[in-house]
Design a protein around this ligand. Sequence first.
Ligand code: ADP
Ligand code: MG
Length: 312
Amino acid sequence: AVCGSAAHAAWFERTEDGIMGTRIAVDLWADDKALADLALDRVFNEMRRIDQSMSTYKPDSEVSRVNAAAAQAPVVISPELFDLLATAVEYSRITDGAFDITYASVGFMYDFRSRIKPTDKAIAAALPAVNYRFLELDKGRRTIRFARPGVRIDLGGIAKGHAVDRGIAILQGLKIEHASVTAGGDTRIIGDRKGAPWVVGIRHPDDKTKVIARIPLVDTAISTSGDYERYFDENGVRYHHIIDPASGHSASKVRSATILANTATRTDGLSKTAFVLGAEKAIEIYDRLGDVDAILVTPEGKVLYTKGLEAP
Ligand code: ADP
Ligand code: MG
């Protein structure tokens, strides 16, 4: 609860729906209300700024500008977008192409809210443009170019993590030592909850009132992706928002994936892997990376963990 009077250290929280198409929640411990308000204003403004520049729903966003022009000629972009695109390509390499922001070359034809999906013919026609290798990044000129027509990018699988990390950086700059910043399924935590860990629950894929695991957390980032977030069911098939770059269809090798690592950009970017590659292959990748842990729920309802989380 918000209980900070003028000059008392206390918890302060703010929640807002609709930025980046999701719910943003910030919870922080501050010495007084003035500092808390300043911190919350700055974090929410930052979220709005990032939404403005990275949304594909806004025709004047920087990403929309890239999508409109980068197949014709290199487009000069901001250092922030350049770095995030370079990170996205790194995650594509790490995940054998399971994470691929060019999924949007097909993905733009889905509208889960309106129960719209592309025909097999439309998918086949657009699929050749899905491949992160078509993203030509020139660090010196700070440009991006698409190597062929039909390529589109969408940062829906990494921008919220990035926004959460930016929010945390703002709080750290204000010397706030206990806080949690969440954008949809992406959360990062600094410090503990004053004497106790933060506790994050992972929901059951088919029942949002049921929790399959509760994880105590201090100083970490956590992201959960699920096939129950944005979807529709038709003739017994679930069409949902995580797309297999190889097929252009929804990727359904797990029901949910929760990733733990140091930054939310990383946990967000890596939370799609198991849907595309399957639990075993994904766990192999996470264990090899060393700084990443995961909790995966398989289609049969089995819960699988990486090495770092296994019971001793
Ligand atoms: P949320 O949007 O709730 O944070 P996720 O973190 O699970 O959910 O990200 C899902 C989003 O990632 C999709 O809505 C889409 O924008 C994007 N996406 C879907 N498939 C891929 C993919 N194979 N690689 C990269 N991004 C993807
Ligand atoms: Mg996410």
